[in-house]
Design a binder for this molecule. Sequence first.
Ligand code: SF4
Length: 463
Amino acid sequence: MPTSLLTAGSRAIQAGADIEFQDGNLRPLDLEHSDTVAVSLVGAPYIPEIRKQIGGRHRLILGGQVLNGLVQKWTEKGVAIDGRVLALQHESTQQFVRLFGMHAYNGNDDSEFAHALGIRPGDLPDVFHTSLIPAFEKLDDGVLRAYLSMEFSFFLSQGCKKDCSFCAAVRTSRDTAGVLRKVGEQYRHMNDGINDKLPNVVEQDLRWLTENAESFNLQSLTLYLSNLDLFQTPSKLEQFADIVLALKKAYPGFQFRMRGLCTTESFVGACKDEPAVVRKMVDAGLYMLGFGIDGDPHAEDVKASIHKKFNTSENCLNAIRLSREHGITPETLMVFGHEEDTQQTMTGAIRFAADMQDAYGAVPRPHLSKALIPGNDGWRDPLNAELVEMRLNNQDLFYNDDFTCRASSITHPDPLRRAQVNEAYEKMTRLERATTLPLFPREPADPELTALHEYLNTGKYDR
Ligand code: SF4
């Protein structure tokens, strides 16, 4: 289910736009009768698909977190006036324009989004107060049934207070001028005794989905919660658990299965300080947690280099052990092969994943880190300007930045290093029950190899 696209569409419908949804994964796209096409980009590897699948015939609106990395924002300290130092805000859309052209609109910017659709920005409801029901109602039964029959993402919160350098999510980060921009987790609106006059959009959406699933004779919903760190804000998560538990009571026999991502730190903290919240989430249907281990838990230098020192080896072990004790299947989410990783630390990461599998049945979920993707620290680093330029000049290179893709001459120019990280990645993906199907890269200097790799990649999806 393209949840972010449905969120944007629902806001636009409520502001008066005439919207229709199409999903190229389910049916061939039919764009003949649309003057404007909006696409949600799930990540940088999808950038080249825009040109290939949509072409240049339509007014184009693009959304998705990756675009924020292509619109460079920075703050500069200005001159002191009357003792006050003014902060000057700058923005450059140059990268966005080079990739998508002068006539594409940045859908993440409300005024551009509204302008492209001919509606007033002020009429767009706040994202966190938006129900997706107006968009769900536009889906035909076949499509809705397909979405509800499989796991789908449920928009519950956005944002992470941590600042892991490789991560391109909405998170705390430093801009190109080095100024810290703090981000916290923000939930969609749920009634909290303070703002109860506003609609409880989380409850409304989940109830609507439950009723529609029942009408299709489905006995359960499987949700991938959007939270980047599920136990970062336990008080809000508890409100959500209460909503799910109340729905389970209202619809006897109906089940919710939920999984999500979590830092080891917040889960260990919640088990210690908020055990009731953990228990409620398990009762509500939480069955799996992906812990961002992201390398050898004992490699202190590597962790410091990726801003992940909070991921202590103790937390890594305890989070996996505690999740199993609560009946939650742990996943060792392993983004590794960072620039500072050595053969030894990569071997340590593989050993940890294997040990956790043996001891606690933890499911390995390996990813090979890439130094720069729009929105992460590497992309913003002026030392990488040439590498950024390569991608802006040849969009196909973005395929190679996929974290499930093997290392290539584009992402790892040194052949020895490339061989080392590929060997480690291969070993990790061969662990029993490992979820990742590694993609093969495009090599611009070798069109035949690229064609073979494209063929081998067909049908591979990340978990
Ligand atoms: S904790 Fe996870 S979501 Fe948050 S910054 Fe780190 S990798 Fe990104």
